[in-house]
Design a protein around this ligand. Structure first.
Ligand code: SF4
Length: 510
């Protein structure tokens, strides 16, 4: 039989002839939902609820004004709001609006709220209104992790990481500009009030109130910026630098800091202490300091407040090592492991960068303490030039004579980029000298090598999984709360990962 007697239908003809199930989008459906079955037995949201449900949340309940038997709306149960925020943070959701949206369709959020939708104002306010209660919850979760053997405080790795603020660097202004803008804002507030008094509100009451609030908040932000500016100026001794001080008009408490990826941007210094046993965060703080020198002692105090004891050993990088910290840690019987920072210009890397050959590194110069001068490998003298105090140490400077170096056959290897060779001798306090010697031992070096892996684990988790690369909230107080929510969520994630077993699984196991 030929193809002509049985023609094959084309694709379009086959599609026209096929019978498909129609989609009716105009119908109304009533569905029954078993809320309990919205999420599986081993869903992390159940673990979060289980942990929060067992916690003592007395302080959260204190703030609720609605009382049984009295008129007024019932408040949302803090257990639900806490669990919502913890689950949201663990899923890189960082806004009350987004949580409210997800309560309408995401099964995990629906399970937590029992299919109710929560107003985003309630969620946003709740996040920042319970600082002390949140601190207590953080400590309680640490207690649970400690009970599970995940926190021992035998070795704590501490690190500081700069996190960008929500403010742009374009929002930074000098004193004159701030004062000019503030005068304008005050004028605006005054004119608005006068206009309203003379003609009544030109728009609806709601719009008028919103406008008034916007102008008032702008004025308050500028006043706060000016206060911060005066504070920074007060701490600056150099009059020229004092004049150049700038602060952000959108987040006056943010400071321009060097960021981990390079470059400078407005940010905050987040200090995280991590127990080495199971990489649990045992303390978190936020500061405005551009360097970590003064952050070690507050970190120990936070751990003491959270767990009632100080760590046995703290491992830190060189930015935390100074005389004051070493003395304080000694008095608290805490062993410190961390390298003593070398003079930046005298490190092998810096010398090599300047083209100095290893045979002409500082070790090759002989110091004569009686004459207080050095002798170079070519036999020439480097005379004492002066001294300067830098942090915990005194730096003595020595310099060769121009004529000696210019006629020297080794000049190309010794000081190729300068006319003459100079040296720095650093005089350190006894505590620092003893610490430097300890850091030369094999055991101290081995412990220090573990630091970055442990200390950077929570940082990486919070940045990669929670998406906290930039603060969403503004101001030191709120930024600290945002960091605290992230750290609490991180610890709960570790508890889920290492300890939690779903109820059904436990039943099967039993
Ligand atoms: S360059 Fe100057 S300091 Fe260096 S070896 Fe020669 S004389 Fe000495």
């Amino acid at each position: 039989m030929s193809d002509k007697s049985f023609p094959v239908p084309s694709r379009a003809e086959r599609r026209r002839a096929a019978r498909c199930k129609p989609v009716n989008r105009e119908q109304l459906l009533l569905r029954s939902v078993d809320v309990e079955k919205l999420v599986e037995e081993d869903h992390p949201v159940r673990a979060i609820w289980e942990l929060v449900d067992k916690a003592d949340l007395e302080r959260f309940y204190e703030a609720i004004e609605a009382v049984e038997g009295e008129a007024g709306c019932s408040a949302w149960d803090p257990r639900v709001l806490i669990s919502l925020w913890l689950y949201a943070v663990s899923r890189a959701v960082s806004s009350g609006r987004e949580i409210a949206r997800r309560c309408e369709y995401d099964p995990a959020y629906q399970w937590l709220t029992g299919l109710e939708v929560i107003n985003y104002h309630t969620l946003s306010d709740f996040r920042v209104q319970h600082e002390k209660a949140l601190d207590e919850l953080f400590a309680q979760v640490l207690g649970v992790l400690s009970h599970e053997g995940l926190v021992t405080l035998e070795r704590v790795m501490h690190d500081g990481v700069k996190v960008e603020a929500g403010a742009s660097d374009k929002s930074f202004r000098r004193e004159e500009t701030l004062e000019r803008h503030l005068d304008l804002a005050r004028q605006q507030v005054k004119e608005m009030k006068e206009r309203e008094k003379a003609y009544g509100p030109e728009v609806t009451e709601r719009v008028a109130k919103a406008r008034e609030r916007a102008v008032r908040e702008k004025k308050e932000r500028l006043e706060s910026a000016l206060r911060e500016l005066k504070q920074i100026q007060g701490a600056q001794s150099d009059p020229e630098k004092r004049q150049k001080v700038r602060v952000s008009t959108t987040d006056p408490q943010a400071r321009i800091m060097q960021q981990p990826g390079g470059g400078f941007a407005p940010g905050y210094n987040v200090q995280i202490s991590t127990d080495a046993k199971a990489t649990v965060i045992v303390g978190v703080g936020v500061s405005q300091a551009g360097n970590d020198a003064g952050e070690l002692i507050p970190a120990v105090e936070r751990m003491e407040a959270n767990l009632g004891q100080v760590p046995q050993q703290m491992v830190v990088d060189g930015s935390f090592i100074n005389q004051q910290n070493l003395v304080e840690m000694e008095s608290k019987k805490i062993e410190v492991i961390g390298p003593v920072p070398d003079h930046a210009s005298q490190t092998p890397a810096a010398l090599q960068k300047r083209g100095v050959a290893p045979e002409f590194f500082p070790d090759a110069f002989v110091y004569d303490p009686e004459e207080n001068r050095y002798t170079c490998p070519a036999g020439q003298k480097l005379a004492y030039e002066g001294q300067e105090k830098r942090g915990f140490s005194i730096r003595h400077r020595y310099r060769a004579r121009v004529g000696d170096c210019q006629g020297c056959p080794f000049k190309g290897q010794c000081c190729p980029e300068s006319k003459v060779r100079s040296l720095v001798r650093t005089e350190e306090p006894d505590e620092v000298k003893a610490h430097r010697q300890k850091m030369e031992t094999e055991s101290a070096r081995t412990i220090y090598k573990q630091r970055s892996a442990v200390a950077e684990f929570p940082n990486a988790w919070i940045k990669e999984k929670f998406g906290l690369r930039q603060f969403r909230l503004r101001g030191l107080f709120k930024v600290r709360i945002e960091a605290l929510w992230a750290s609490l969520t991180y610890n709960i994630c570790q508890w889920i990962r290492l300890c939690w077993r779903p109820k059904q699984a436990v039943r099967v196991g039993n």
